[in-house]
Design a protein around this ligand. Structure first.
Ligand SMILES: Cc1cc2nc3c(=O)[nH]c(=O)nc-3n(C[C@H](O)[C@H](O)[C@H](O)COP(=O)(O)OP(=O)(O)OC[C@H]3O[C@@H](n4cnc5c(N)ncnc54)[C@H](O)[C@@H]3O)c2cc1C
Length: 434
């Protein structure tokens, strides 16, 4: 029987839509299938959409730096007409604090130097000039609120940080996913919403298609798992052993919204700050507020949940993150009834993504996005499309990983770093920082 599609993509979040865009541009007849009603309704819709270019490995850094360039020229990148409403990249710059736990950012600085990423070393004075009122006492390690020493400085000081102008956030992550979808449709991609895939069929270790919950049978030689926090559930639908060594887990996360203290001078273009001393990051919210997220310290137990049944209510965690930031900003008002977002990361064992083929021919993985891959959607789609082409042409990606030139930054990405077969990456922060 002739295939009805060249590739089926499970998921129409920002990653699935970017994959559709890049495959369709290459002439593949793609179909994205999503159980939700529209593109970007899954975890993408809750994303802080921070675009930052510091990661624990050189290739992860390179991927983020290439994507930064793509977001800056998003309209050209998509080939979108001038009249189309697009998500906007707002460049704020990012500041990362030096701490003993992050090796005073020696590895980050070395990646920046190799890739030629402009950055500045900031001392305490510069930090306080940019963030008036920011207390630079050290409070590490992060503690739960129940710890009676919570909020007591440990006697040390934050010695400084690295400021990187190449950073910011996308103002509307859901719209960004829709923008990828529309761009894909211009190249003939198709989308089906409100229907879940319930089986991924294979014969003689080769993908043959997928079955949807309403009984629709789709045939295609290629299926891509871009199911976000449902990645494990979708892997389990495959008729065959896909051979994963790196696992993924759905981990619930909260991001709390607070009013910035007026003296901080923090608005829509406020600096994005990663402060590992207190295990939190901040970013501007669209309404001029400040969003506080966690950098997953060891004292906060991971909250593994069923991505189909988890609470979207704010909990004590949100209050804890606000109180942790209150150590930095003594004028911060801690909300008694916090608001914010609660959603799920698809966290891999080493908090770096899996962009790979699988042991079943034709089944590809764009999973383990670990709370840090919204930013990489532009390049992740291109990577998977190239990988499909590469593997389907008979190349042995497992033995000789595909090398992907990144045109804006003059770096060749060794995609083997995102293999399903890797040992957990030792250099990783094992947190949302990747
Ligand atoms: C609170 C939060 C904050 C974040 N902040 C940042 C950030 O600041 N910067 C950053 O870079 N990243 C961030 N991330 C991570 C980033 O948002 C995700 O990595 C990215 O959005 C994942 O996109 P996706 O397309 O893979 O998944 P999703 O957007 O979750 O899409 C997956 C889709 O698959 C569909 N699906 C699942 N199973 C099936 C099935 N069986 N059949 C059909 N459809 C199915 C779902 O309905 C869903 O729509 C954050 C994530 C969260 C949760």
């Amino acid at each position: 029987m002739a295939s009805t599609h060249d590739a089926i993509i499970i998921g129409a979040g920002v990653i699935g839509c970017s994959i559709a865009f890049h495959l369709a541009k290459k002439g593949y007849r793609t179909l994205n299938v999503d159980g939700l009603p529209a593109a970007g309704y899954g975890s993408t819709s809750s994303s802080c959409a921070v675009i930052r270019v510091y990661y624990s490995t050189l290739d992860a850094t390179a991927m983020a730096y290439q994507s930064f360039h793509d977001w800056r020229v998003f309209r050209d990148y998509l080939g979108a007409p001038a009249a189309e409403d697009l998500a906007t990249f707002i460049q704020t710059g990012t500041l990362v604090m030096k701490t003993p736990a992050n090796g005073m950012l020696a590895a980050v600085a070395s990646h920046m130097a190799v890739l030629g990423i402009p950055h500045e070393d900031w001392d305490g004075e510069k930090i306080r000039a940019a963030l008036p009122g920011y207390c630079l006492d050290s409070f590490a390690p992060a503690r739960p609120l129940s710890d009676e020493t919570f909020g007591e400085p440990n006697g040390g000081r934050i010695p400084g940080g690295i400021y990187i102008p190449a950073g910011g956030y996308v103002d509307d992550p859901q719209l960004a996913a829709r923008n990828f979808k529309t761009a894909a449709e211009r190249h003939g991609a198709r989308f089906v919403f409100g229907k879940k895939a319930i089986r991924i069929t294979a014969s003689d270790n080769r993908i043959t298609g997928a079955v949807l919950e309403d009984g629709t049978v789709l045939s295609a030689p290629i299926v891509v798992n871009a199911a976000g926090p449902h990645s494990g559930k979708v892997n389990a639908l495959v008729e065959g052993e896909i051979g994963l060594r790196i696992g993924t887990r759905p981990l619930r996360q909260e991001v709390v919204q607070v009013q910035p203290p007026p003296g901080l001078g923090y608005g829509r273009t406020g600096l994005i700050v990663s402060d590992s001393d207190i295990s939190c990051y901040i970013k501007p919210g669209s309404g001029g507020h400040l969003m506080i997220g966690s950098e997953n310290p060891a004292c906060d137990p991971a909250e593994e949940v069923d991505p189909d049944a988890f609470s979207r209510d704010m909990s004590d965690r949100a209050v804890t993150y606000a109180c942790r930031y209150g150590q930095r900003l003594p004028d911060l008002k801690i909300p008694p009834h916090p608001v914010g977002v609660a959603d799920v990361y698809d966290a891999s064992d080493d908090w770096l993504p899996i962009y790979d083929r699988s042991a079943v021919d034709g089944f590809y993985l764009a999973i383990g996005t670990s709370g840090n891959q919204f930013k990489n959607a532009p390049i992740a789609g291109r990577l998977i499309a190239k990988l499909v082409e590469h593997c389907e042409a008979g190349h042995d990606h497992d033995r000789q990983p595909m090398q992907l030139p990144l045109r804006h930054i003059g770096h060749v990405l060794d995609t083997g770093g995102f293999s399903r077969l890797r040992e957990p990456t030792k250099a990783s922060s094992f947190s949302v920082l990747g």
